[in-house]
Design a binder for this molecule. Structure first.
Ligand code: UD1
Length: 383
């Protein structure tokens, strides 16, 4: 049996790591011969966006790197399909395993199905119902085409049923990213706060680290085109953090390359870089981000995965988006997050309310660190 699994961008790496490890364990304890090939499409290529995750999470070196890199959606999708088609024709796998909702996920699913190869999708059934998000289109197409759909929660399974997905394809297995969190949280908790700052600081506020303490800071990440590509929205958000947030707490902001590029392009760089209570950091390694999240007073983010990690860690989270494909993370479902959109008046109000909130960790069923084992078990029975 031959399995090709695919990664392309940063949020894929923490999802594939437990799958590969569970597959390896399965092979060691069974008679089945399995050949596993890891393909990296190369959508993310900076050392800090890609390579460090392979070493930190003990993911084997990709067997094949398609080196697609950046480009328009059309370029990324088209080039990935062309390059991955060649791999599939040569390798003839029985299964292609894709994770998440990035462009690599969509492109590799479409071309695998074109060649009649079975596809398993890990993290299936998420829906934001916002067709303006590239990821929503990626999710819809990937799920429609996949043969096995591994969902993280019952809401996601229900979305698939409503869309007419045959019951036998849907498997509620839990959240694979939490496998990675569980495996790495002890190591993360041992990292000193000031070491993370010293190793990653972009602006020159090094003196802050002397006074920085656990729970004295908010942590922010922004990278969605809907927030950082729109000049009015992004400058309003920057006003809000430099005028409101930093008056109550320090702000630590690890910068996604897309956000950094836009801050410079829109002339906003100086106002954030020179703010004395704001720490701009490079993109962080997995354990560094987990460590900061563990003792953050609050998370402000438009990321998908961080909403989920906040639930499990109990970090109150303002989700700076108007929709979420992960409603299980919201306070109405006992999660840690509240959707605040990108209008500053709403965000400000929720920010001050959330500062006084005593959040408790909440763990949806099956977010227990054993999702990958369940996936491998189903996959083996399905061949
Ligand atoms: C992609 C995913 C998004 C995911 C995010 C996490 C899609 C449609 N989007 O968005 O779902 O949440 O990854 O990061 O797949 N760049 C670098 N170095 C890199 C990679 C990118 O500098 O290693 C810069 C380039 O200027 C590039 C820009 O970031 O044009 C955006 O990268 P891209 O992969 O197109 O999308 P993301 O915004 O990262």
């Amino acid at each position: 049996m031959k399995i090709i699994s695919v990664v392309g961008a940063r949020p894929n790496f923490m999802k594939i790591a437990p799958f590969i490890s569970a597959l390896r364990d399965y092979v060691e304890n069974s008679e089945v011969e399995i050949q596993h090939i890891l393909v990296h499409t190369g959508q993310h290529y900076d050392v800090r966006m890609s390579e460090t995750f392979f070493s930190d999470l003990a993911i084997p070196e990709p067997d094949i790197n398609l080196e697609i890199g950046s480009g328009s959606h059309g370029e990324q999708l088209g080039q990935t399909m062309m390059a991955f088609e060649k791999v599939l024709l040569e390798q003839k796998p029985d299964w292609v395993v894709v994770v998440g909702d990035v462009n690599a996920t969509l492109a590799c699913t479409v071309i695998a199905k074109r060649l009649q190869i079975k596809v398993a999708h890990i993290e299936a059934g998420l829906r934001s119902f916002d067709m303006g998000m590239p990821e929503e289109i990626n999710r819809l197409v990937t799920d429609r085409l996949s043969d096995l759909l591994f969902t993280p929660d019952s809401i996601s399974s229900e979305h698939l049923r409503k869309e007419g997905t045959p019951e036998k394809k849907i498997h509620l297995v839990g959240n694979i990213m939490i496998d990675t969190l569980e495996k790495n949280k002890k190591q993360a908790s041992e990292i000193e706060l000031d070491k993370i700052i010293t190793d990653n600081l972009v602006n020159s506020n090094l003196q802050i680290k002397e006074s920085l303490k656990d729970f004295d800071y908010a942590l922010m990440t922004l990278h969605r085109p809907s927030n950082v590509d729109n000049r009015v929205i992004f400058s309003d958000l920057v006003d809000f953090i430099t005028n409101d947030v930093v008056k109550s707490v320090y702000l630590i902001w690890p910068l996604h390359p897309r956000a950094k590029k836009q801050l410079i392009k829109m002339g906003l760089w100086d106002s954030v870089a020179t703010n004395p209570r704001l720490l701009l950091l490079h993109p962080l390694r997995y354990h560094e981000m987990l460590r900061l999240n563990m003792t953050a007073k609050m998370m402000l983010t438009d990321s998908g995965g961080l909403q989920e990690e906040c639930c499990v860690l109990g970090t109150p989270c303002l989700t700076i988006r108007s929709t979420t494909e992960r409603p299980i993370t919201l306070r109405e479902h006992s999660g840690a997050a509240v959707l605040v959109g990108n209008q500053v008046e709403t965000i400000r109000k929720e920010f001050y309310q959330t500062l006084s909130l005593d959040q408790r960790p909440s763990r949806p069923p099956l977010w227990d660190g054993h999702t990958a084992e369940r996936i491998v078990e189903v996959l083996m029975k399905s061949t």
